[in-house]
Design a protein around this ligand. Structure first.
Ligand code: KPL
Length: 302
């Protein structure tokens, strides 16, 4: 399968690099990372040990692929959708592996070629051309509105051929909300407390994370998704355990003084909750604190 990975950050590089062991992969990202990959390949360490040679580019102009994986930050989704629907770009299927509920935005530009996806692998860029896997998670792909899907099965089989743990899931609406609820619990709390995910197994961080996750599950139920607070909490604990040694993507963003995905995670929970008349005070506080941090550094768009 020809795979284009749009967004060669930590997760995109890890997933793309692992897929490159079996498939023809092009990573689209920024220099100096993509330049180093072109010169010397991509090295994967941690839970995997591989040195692979995917193509690497800083633009998608004229590229074609069976599958495009979208791994850019949630706030760059519109730019990704515009690039992938641009002239001369020929993509059969698109699958988001992003945090947040970004697929709607992709679908608006790319139509029903868009599949939903979730990934719980832990990944960190250590240097240009080097990515470390800090937690072996799982990838799920499926139809945005749920249901059995041959094309999702094909994508999952291609992932498995390359040694990734991946399943097609007919229940993606619930899975996306479960992932959002887990990210609502882990990302902002770990970023503000400056701790690795494993620290969220112990109080007091565990209590804050659990409150944020339960609030998100409540909003999910208001949206018609069958996700109990208990199930969401169990998923939170599983991911905290599986990625204990990982710095969450938001903790990595804060360490690098980059804009975070707090609006797309805790902010999205607050906004969707508001539409249903639900208060989500823990998510609101987390979003406000990270928002204040971003504002103080001029990282938020005006
Ligand atoms: O999705 C993640 C993230 O960091 O954004 C998890 C699964 C929480 C891994 O850290």
């Amino acid at each position: 399968m020809d795979v284009l990975v749009f967004g060669a950050g930590a997760l995109g590089s890890l997933v793309g690099g692992l897929l490159a062991r079996e498939h023809a992969v092009t990573l689209v990202g920024r220099d100096p990372h993509v330049g180093r990959i072109r010169e010397d390949g991509l090295r994967i360490s941690g839970e995997f040990d591989a040195h692979v040679g995917p193509e690497a580019a800083s633009e998608v102009d004229g590229l074609s692929a069976d599958l495009a994986l979208v791994t850019v930050k949630a706030y760059d989704t519109a730019a990704a959708a515009a690039a992938l629907s641009g002239e001369g770009v020929d993509i059969d299927l698109v699958c988001s592996l992003q945090n947040g509920l970004t697929e709607g935005e992709l679908r608006a530009a790319l139509g029903d070629r868009v599949l939903a996806g979730t990934a719980t692998y832990g990944a960190e860029l250590v240097d240009p051309g080097r990515v470390r896997c800090t937690g072996v998670g799982r990838v799920h792909v499926g139809e945005l509105d749920g249901g059995e899907s041959d094309r999702a099965e094909r994508v999952a089989a291609a992932f498995r051929e390359a040694g990734l743990d991946c399943e097609a899931d007919p229940g993606m609406p619930r899975r996306r909300w479960e992932k959002l609820a887990v990210n609502a619990g882990i990302n902002a709390v770990s970023a503000l407390a400056r701790v690795r995910n494993g620290a969220l197994a112990e109080p007091p961080a565990a209590d804050v994370a659990e409150r944020a996750t339960r609030e998100a599950a409540r909003v999910a139920r208001a949206e018609g998704v069958d996700l109990t607070g208990g199930d969401a909490r169990a998923a939170l604990r599983t991911v905290v355990g599986e990625t204990a040694g990982n710095r969450s993507s938001m903790f990595q963003d804060v360490r690098a003084e980059r804009r975070t995905e707090v609006d797309a995670i805790n902010g999205a929970v607050v906004e969707r909750g508001r539409k249903h008349g639900l208060e989500t005070p823990t998510n609101r506080t987390l979003a406000e604190l990270l928002g204040a941090w971003e504002t103080a550094r001029g990282l938020r768009p005006a």
